[in-house]
Write a protein that binds this ligand. Sequence first.
Ligand code: FPP
Length: 275
Amino acid sequence: MEPLTLTDTIQSEEDKKLQEEVKSSGSIPNHIAIIMDGNGRWAKDKGNIRLFGHKAGVESVRDITESSAQIGVKHLTLYAFSTENWNRPSAEVNGLMKLLVNSLKNEAERLHKNNIKLTSIGQIDRLPESCQNQLQDVIEMTKDNDRLELCLALSYSGRWDITEAVKKMSQDVAKGKISPDDISDDLISSYLSTADIPDPDLIIRTSGEYRISNFLLWQLAYSELYITKTYWPDFRRNELYQAINSYQKRDRRYGNVKNGYTKKLSAAVINKIIS
Ligand code: FPP
């Protein structure tokens, strides 16, 4: 039995039951990646400025992180700030960075008690120093935890990730460390910022937009997508369970045919069909 955690002590009986149902109804995705979208519209609908939406979004981050850990998700990657987000008005960017520092400070102990390991991907050196330091403190504090890895994508974009990997690979080719013939699917993956994280099984996007927005472009090749109209600050564990339920009903074929479909066709039959 897993040791009691801070989270377990506040979990309702109804939620425990729901989690048991999710766990028994199919496989739990090993890695869930989320495009948290709709904070601005959520705030606007309430007559507030966008920063209120981001603040409310932190509550969802907490709820989704804890419920993911409880049901046995091993990797959770959150798209918290994209390289394109730097183009937003400076007041919003500054507010978001301060919110990140505060949230990391406030949540550090709770993450650690819940045996959650924090990591990050992206251009971390572009973040304000206070943010880099706070992030580093929590990463260091939680580095040996192994219940769930929470990876924050910060100043991240899929194209940046691939560009960096290509640069490093070309340098290694120039140094003679690898030859162009060594370049393979797996080798490219090993040069990405996500080298130590398996590809996502499920990608969730909130707020109803049908796009990937430069998220894990290489890594999502075979991920299942779940898009909901719910804005991120309203996305809580019950909807996470719905997303997982939807994932459990998918037939992941990775470009192959359905298991058990073994009908053999003779060359004559094939020729007849295609002629
Ligand atoms: C997208 O909504 C959301 C973001 C750019 C920021 C997400 C950040 C948080 C929820 C806080 C992160 C905190 C931690 C601890 C990880 P949007 O602003 O694009 O909304 P809109 O599409 O309605 O304008």
